[in-house]
Design a protein around this ligand. Sequence first.
Ligand SMILES: Nc1ncnc2c1ncn2[C@@H]1O[C@H](COP(=O)(O)OP(=O)(O)OP(=O)(O)O)[C@@H](O)[C@H]1O
Length: 268
Amino acid sequence: MTQAATAAPSRTATAVRLAGVSKAFGTGSSSLLALDQVSLDFAPGEFTCLLGASGCGKSTLLNLVAALDRPSAGTVDTGGARVALMFQEPALFPWLTVTGNLELALKMRGVPRRDRRARAAALLDSVHLGGFAKKRPHQLSGGMRQRVALARALALTEDERDEEGKSTVLLMDEPFGALDAMTRDLLHDEIERIWRTRNLTVLFVTHNVREAVRLGDRVVLLSSRPGRVVQDFPVPMERPRRIDSPEVSALAATITDRLREEVGRHGA
Ligand SMILES: Nc1ncnc2c1ncn2[C@@H]1O[C@H](COP(=O)(O)OP(=O)(O)OP(=O)(O)O)[C@@H](O)[C@H]1O
């Protein structure tokens, strides 16, 4: 990840910048080009949904932004922002209580012991789970576990220094993919509220086109093998949006047609 010593003028308008990013796995004839020359800018506080057929490199892109992997070419610049990642599976520690899971994340962030209990309680309140502090993950529903996972992702961006004005980057890899439609609807409202109040820059991967239009300020469509940006759709509808509204359905239909074209082209 590029960490420039001095802030470039563009830094104020860009939370994450991918410039000419390619990622190949393997070498020689067995090498696979997962991402090819992807250039994307994400503004601070912007909610972007990434869509594409299976295998188009969406998770690879998130991994690069999280610095879990390095690009084969090009640069990924987060300007030193705090980056948190949330997956489809909540992956909580089953032997710890809900509070224990959050306190551990806060400890990893360097939050002093004396502050952890109160910070964990505040995080739990922010995802409306204040009454479940002492429960263990298996005692919660799937939706509740994802709320805890969201609180933990937010905990991983907490810092004892209160750095005003720095947008936190939250990477979400199909976080609601395993949930039923009603729970997912509720969590859409939750994530939208938290995104607004915390001024998060969100990169949200999904296979669900309506979900992308419900949530995103923009929807970026990627092609497969190699992953390239096919089209960047702005989502102009006012919030709050309903996933089953005619406006969301109409734009989702347009994007689905474009996605089908891409899938047809690549036989994915
Ligand atoms: N560590 C790896 N080694 C080799 N190939 C990989 C590796 N990680 C991903 N790939 C390949 O790179 C391509 C992109 O994978 P990636 O998981 O990023 O796609 P995706 O769009 O997130 O897929 P899905 O929607 O199915 O989750 C795929 O062809 C995948 O097989």
